[in-house]
Design a protein around this ligand. Structure first.
Ligand code: PTJ
Length: 248
């Protein structure tokens, strides 16, 4: 990740400020929607409340998510603007480590942004990026937003979908289609967080690299099913809320 201006490395908020710079840069490069900058601001507030670190609770969700991705027959990583700007390399690595496909799926959909995101992912080695332009010819039923347009070879026929930074509706619609949904959302109170099968309450800049690490660590394990089945999302979300309230 490269920032446009240089933030003094000893600045107490250097990491967070660098992430902002990369996002603003991503906006200027046509990857991120202007609204994405606002969405990230909301995320920052929650990140501050969890101590800007991957909590034990998030680590549990990350391990379960890695197990589910590895067990799935057709897993898909859904990529939006923020994800493409902040973690393009790690998203491609995660796809490789878990045998997942990558699909571009945008709330504020424009074909220019879809193509820019595809090109960014390809720069980091992604092949066969799904969901761009006319490839998104299938429709998620009962969903009104632009996110409803999906690739018949990707999200539409997937058994598991990883949806980082989501907006509630699609998670619920994918769950109705019988798919397992994994999300990364710093807000444990969001509709997405509650509707997903596995919610990783963490910043994507930490969560996606941690998912890669977990997948590489457990991919040969015989206990994948046990890890996946042993995870309780409701309990995990309650614990995340407790952390935010200062309960641990
Ligand atoms: O690129 P597009 O067009 O698909 O647009 C994507 C956004 C994110 C703009 C769109 O989906 C949106 O408006 O999302 P929301 O409804 O604002 O939800 C975003 C959620 O992600 C909120 O609950 C935030 O707390 C959370 N969030 C924001 N930044 C991060 C985050 N979670 C993890 N890591 C972050 N860096």
């Amino acid at each position: 990740m490269h920032a446009r201006i240089s933030i003094p490395p000893d600045h107490p908020r250097a990491k967070s400020l660098n992430t902002r710079e990369i996002l603003v840069n991503g906006y200027r490069r046509g990857l991120v929607a202007a609204e994405g900058l606002i969405a990230h601001g909301r995320g920052e507030a929650y990140d501050y409340l969890i101590g800007e670190q991957t909590t034990k609770t998030a680590q549990r969700a990350i391990r379960a998510a890695a197990a589910v991705l590895l067990l799935s027959k057709r897993s898909v990583i859904s990529v939006n603007g923020i994800t493409a700007a902040l973690c393009p390399r790690e998203t491609v690595e995660l796809a490789r480590a878990t045998g997942s496909a990558i699909e571009v799926n945008l709330f504020y959909r424009t074909e220019d942004r879809e193509r820019a995101i595809k090109a960014e992912l390809e720069m980091y080695g992604a092949e066969n990026v799904l969901g761009v332009g006319s490839r998104a010819s299938a429709t998620i039923p009962e969903l009104q937003s632009e996110r409803r347009r999906v690739d018949p070879d990707g999200i539409y026929s997937a058994d598991t979908v990883l949806v980082p930074l989501e907006d509630g509706d699609r998670t619920e619609a994918l769950a109705r289609m019988g798919k397992k949904v994994i999300t990364i959302d710093l807000n444990p109170l969001s509709r997405t967080a509650k509707a997903a099968d596995i919610t990783i309450v963490d910043n994507i800049v930490r969560a996606i690299p941690a998912l890669v690490e977990a997948a590489l660590e457990i991919r040969c394990s015989r206990s994948l099913k046990k890890i996946a089945d042993g995870f309780d999302n409701k309990k995990n979300l309650r614990e995340s809320i407790k952390i935010i309230r200062g309960g641990t």
